[in-house]
Design a protein around this ligand. Sequence first.
Ligand SMILES: [Zn+2]
Length: 323
Amino acid sequence: MVSLQQIYATTNLFLNTLNDNSILYYKNIVDLLKDSLEEAKNIDFNLETTTRMTLENKIANLNDFYQKEQININVNELISNGTINFICYENYLVGCNYYDGNHRVIDVSNNGLLMENEILVHELSHYQNQTFNGRGEVNNMLTEALAYFEGLVYLDYLKDIGYELDALELKKYFILMLQQELKRCYGLLKMLWCFSNMGTITKKDYQYFYNSQDNEEITTDYLENLKYFYQSYQKNFPVYRDIWLILTGLLTPYMYNQSQLDESFKKTIRQLNTEINVLSLDEVLKKLGIDDINGKVFDLSFELEKFIREVKNEEEILRRKRK
Ligand SMILES: [Zn+2]
């Protein structure tokens, strides 16, 4: 059993690695994104109707996608040189990207589903901005936003070649992933913000700090956020994972919506695969047309709302078509 004192000491150590405003800053961003996610209230997804496909055809489909998008990736070559490994995790649809020495490796599940290609496109996006000697801070913050963006571009490709239902279900899956993860991030940040002000995270202090009445609602909120806090504590507060997700929620829908309006924006985004390794965060954001992130947070959170509305529209159109 760890003592509360040990937990507090670790939390303090973690907080010392952030600048004073970070927690409140990210907490406020997630707060806005949570409002936008209200739009997703009635969304659910169903992967039962997903298309099955042989590995050979899945690979041919990916090569076609990269060719159409003029991205220089040869999937066959990456398989034969051991970069991509297909693994059958039963009932699991996952991918991961890591280093083996300084060799970049991707493991991805193959359960014979077309949708697993989206996971591979996501991982191959990470691969494209992974340098041989690790990721820097800006890269760590933005690689996820880029990977989810490329995944969405792939879903539009699927839609164009007739896999409308797969594309739609996976877009909904993306929204629900954001919803779930940002809820967790928000709970964690709320706890950390309380801790950095009060020095404790007892229910009484939490309630006092957030100025709440003692009722069932605050108890549920507190217990749930405490759970997120402990989960994060157990993993030693993997801060980049949370910032990745927050910036994904903020930037991916924006990048996607913009590239729908202007196809050439995709090129700007893909240049970031190199630039996130050499430029500062502000410089990278400027390339995306975001001069002042603080002044733009509200507009950017609206992009998420717009994205969700579009997905719901697509669903409605598809539903009518299939009647
Ligand atoms: Zn990822």
